[in-house]
Write a new protein. Structure first.
Length: 449
């Protein structure tokens, strides 16, 4: 139990939306009011033992304070009030009858896995976060607060545990599809898979997660390598200790780090292909909206775009944005469009930037006059393509970036064989356009595109 001065938040530890909310609380709890624990943990079960609450029913966040225990919308509003201004202003919604608030809350809770995805195990606190969590790192690694994905199989397969550590944030729609692929492979092959990621694009935190994963002694590890310099030590140490495959980011560095294989798309070539398409459509001045400047993969996309456009005599410009603040992202794009009337094309490097970009085009009065394309798919991106508001989307088929490394590592552990022949195993890019968007939407609805 936490000290009396701390309120305790119990949350669904495998829900991406819930973990994103916890990340928000950790960032904004400046007065250190809260302690946290997954509802699936033994700590939570003990705390709820006298409250007649079933911890297996993880549809509700639970807030335990000196004054009592609250759940669902009331808990969320009381947590917001405890964070101080401006978030405490949300507490004004408490005047809405609870049955109305809770009905909306329950609707979101019922759909949270389908809309935002889920983790295979509860989150592992980083060293900086451990003081805020009641379920400590050792307990999470050794006991686990939720079962890893596993299908029935022989004893040798059932003993295989593969850990993913990527840079994708918890609620990112792209990475939830990667996780779906990993879980499907685990179910098909009868092994266990765990998926972990830092709370933001933080290479120190990611390096710590890799170290912690290796210390837990899995059979193999899957990592993304968005910043080679920052992650080189951790990845090299991991590759010296166990089989490692990299995915998504790291196509330019995996060999030198001792990794067995890399699965993904080569980002420079993908950016170049996007530039060729935009160039063929008549674009001569392209804005590359980069939401992770410093991520080698994102930077290479903008570089490839620039080279392709330059070959035709056009120019490009990189616009840095922070997707943690979608309103600011939208305004930055609006300002860029208004300050440079020559911009006739816009490329975003991920689907989470697509909505702010579409809103910016509308606000700037440039919808239809500026060609718009993005990397990767979401339902919103597919709908924009279907409706003709977007020229194309590059699809790296990230479901395969979750599924294939599990299959490759199981094969390697059992036979010593490594697919790929020393080259990157490419999952993309493919192109989705208004012509084929409807056909892709069904697969996206099932979480596999």
């Amino acid at each position: 139990m936490a000290e009396q001065k701390h309120a305790v938040i119990l949350f669904d530890g495998v829900c991406n939306l819930c973990n994103a909310s916890v990340d928000f609380v950790v960032r904004h709890d400046r007065k250190d009011r809260y302690r946290l624990a997954p509802l699936q943990s033994e700590v939570a079960r003990e705390m709820l033992g006298d409250l007649a609450f079933d911890a297996a029913q993880t549809d509700s966040i639970v807030l335990i304070e000196k004054r009592g225990t609250s759940m669902q919308s009331t808990a969320a509003l009381r947590i917001a009030r405890g964070l101080g201004l401006p978030w405490s202003l949300l507490y004004a919604f408490i005047v809405i009858p609870r049955f109305v608030r809770d009905r909306v809350y329950a609707w979101i809770a019922r759909n949270r896995y389908r809309w935002f995805g889920r983790r295979d195990t509860c989150r592992v606190p980083t060293p900086a976060e451990r003081a805020r969590f009641l379920a400590v790192l050792a307990a999470l690694l050794l006991v686990g607060c939720a079962p890893a994905e596993q299908a029935s199989g022989d004893d040798a397969r059932a003993a295989i545990r593969i850990v993913f550590v990527t840079h994708g944030q918890a609620a990112d729609p792209f990475w939830s599809v990667v996780s779906n692929g990993a879980r499907a492979a685990a179910a098909d092959l009868g092994v266990r898979v765990e998926y972990q990621a830092p709370t933001s694009f933080d290479m120190v935190e990611m390096s710590s997660l890799i170290d912690a994963a290796v210390a837990s002694r899995p059979a193999a590890l899957v990592v993304s390598i968005p910043d080679t310099a920052a992650l080189a030590r951790a990845v090299r140490a991991a590759a010296a200790a166990l089989p490692v495959i990299s995915i998504n980011s790291g196509a330019e560095a995996w060999r030198q780090l001792g990794v067995l294989a890399h699965i993904g798309q080569t980002e420079y070539e993908a950016g170049f292909a996007a530039g060729e398409r935009l160039r063929a459509s008549g674009a001569v001045r392209v804005l590359c909206v980069n939401h992770e400047v410093g991520n080698a993969a994102q930077d290479l996309r903008c570089t490839g775009l620039a080279d392709a456009v330059r070959e035709a005599g056009g120019t490009t410009r990189v616009l840095a944005v922070d997707l943690a603040d979608p309103d600011d992202t939208q305004q930055r794009i609006v300002n860029a469009l208004r300050s440079d009337a020559a911009v006739d094309a816009l490329l975003t490097l991920g689907p989470a930037a697509a909505d702010p970009a579409l809103a910016a085009l509308q606000a700037a009065g440039r919808m239809g006059s500026v060609r718009f394309a993005t990397f990767d798919l979401t339902t919103a991106v597919l709908e924009a393509l279907r409706d003709g508001r977007m020229l194309f989307a590059l699809d790296q088929q990230q479901y395969l970036q979750g599924y294939l490394p599990v299959a490759f590592l199981v094969t390697y552990l059992e036979t010593g064989a490594v697919p790929g022949g020393g080259d990157v195993v490419r999952t993309g890019p493919g192109f989705v356009t208004p012509d084929n968007a409807a056909a892709v939407m069904d697969a996206a609805a099932r979480g596999v595109r």
